[in-house]
Unconditional design. Structure first.
Length: 349
């Protein structure tokens, strides 16, 4: 005898499997989107904190540069020293070390003579400074040492030649992403009566600024970008090819016209999200599948099996047996008895 309940049981099982797959995929997709959003928000907050740390680290450097500028202007108005001394400078035109005589009439050289200890003090006071230089409009430069190394003199002169022409008209502090190898620079112009006397250049080590932040953030890679969005190479050890394999999250800095960038593998965020997606999908699939199996098992034990016995019971009664089946499922006795009564009643005329 055809069993419509069993037919519906098979259809409901198939429908339940499809529904479980859809529900598990939906739940896993929601978790995936939330996990990606949480990772992006976490990276953004981390980047904001790092940018605030860099601003806090760089503020003393700016303060020191402004203090040296004010000190230089103050040294210019002090009474000149009567004794003549010698000062080693770099002639920019010839890239040669030259000794100049400091006389009472040369205010600029007198000022540099008084600032001489601060050239060495700069890197000791500020850990992010690796050098201090002075560029005179008279065509020479001072680094606070008795002699310029040849390679430094060549690189310094080459850097000056590569500066844009409009640098001559800058009256504010300027930032230079490329200076000597592995260094950036901060340039402070020195004006007297609206006439530029020279420029103070402070060499920056960006690696010493970023390395502690990377160690504190489990080795997360940070680097700096200039105003045009180009990588400042002295801020990272990664090659351009390695950088191209990363995604950049960027946050502007307040103390300089640069930005800090957090590097993430292009596939790391997606791969981590896919792993979470598969994990949550399998979890939902197993839980909902287990629930479906238990419910279908209970339905088969309590309903489908009892209905099958009812069909057997009816078949036996139709074949002339008086009692049908002997074992009646729990809770179904009343229905079995009613069918027996209907079988025994004579047909109405």
């Amino acid at each position: 005898m055809f069993n419509p309940v069993y037919h519906e049981y098979r259809r409901s099982t198939l429908f339940g499997c499809i529904l479980i797959v859809l529900l598990s995929l939906t739940g896993a997709a929601i978790h995936y989107l939330r996990s990606v959003d949480d990772k992006v928000v976490l990276s953004k907050n981390q980047l904001i904190n790092v940018s605030a740390r860099i601003d806090a680290e760089f503020t003393p450097v700016l303060t020191f540069a402004e203090a040296i500028k004010r000190l230089a202007l103050l040294k210019l108005i002090l009474p000149p020293e009567p004794a003549e001394t010698q000062m080693n400078v770099l002639q920019l035109s010839s890239r040669q070390n030259t000794s100049l005589t400091v006389t009472a009439e040369q205010n600029e050289l007198q000022m540099l003579q008084r600032l001489w200890p601060y050239f060495e003090l700069a890197s000791q006071v500020q850990s992010h400074l690796v050098g201090m230089y002075y560029i005179s409009e008279q065509g020479f430069a001072v680094n606070g040492e008795t002699r310029w190394p040849d390679y430094v003199a060549d690189q310094f002169s080459l850097w000056l030649q590569q500066l844009p022409e409009d640098m001559s008209y800058q009256s504010d502090i300027t930032f230079h992403s490329e200076f000597l190898p592995e260094q950036a620079a901060l340039m402070v112009p020195l004006y007297v009566d609206d006439v530029r006397l020279g420029r103070l250049v402070f060499a920056l080590s960006l690696q010493t600024m970023l390395s502690p932040l990377q160690r504190q953030n489990n080795g997360v890679q940070y680097m700096l970008l200039d105003a045009s969005g180009e990588v400042i190479h002295s801020s990272t050890n990664l090659s351009p090819q390695m950088i191209s394999g990363h995604m950049l999250q960027v946050q502007r800095l307040n103390t300089m016209p640069w930005s800090v960038a957090l590097l993430e593998q292009k596939t790391s965020l997606f791969a981590a999200g896919v792993k979470d997606f598969l994990w949550h999908w399998l979890t939902y699939l197993v839980l909902l599948g287990t629930l479906l199996v238990l419910m279908q098992y209970r339905y088969r034990r309590r309903t489908l099996s009892a209905f099958n016995r009812l069909l057997v019971h009816t078949d036996r009664l139709l074949k002339g047996q008086l009692h049908g089946v002997r074992h009646i499922p729990e809770g179904w006795r009343e229905l079995f008895d009613r069918i027996c009564q209907l079988q025994r009643q004579p047909p109405s005329e």
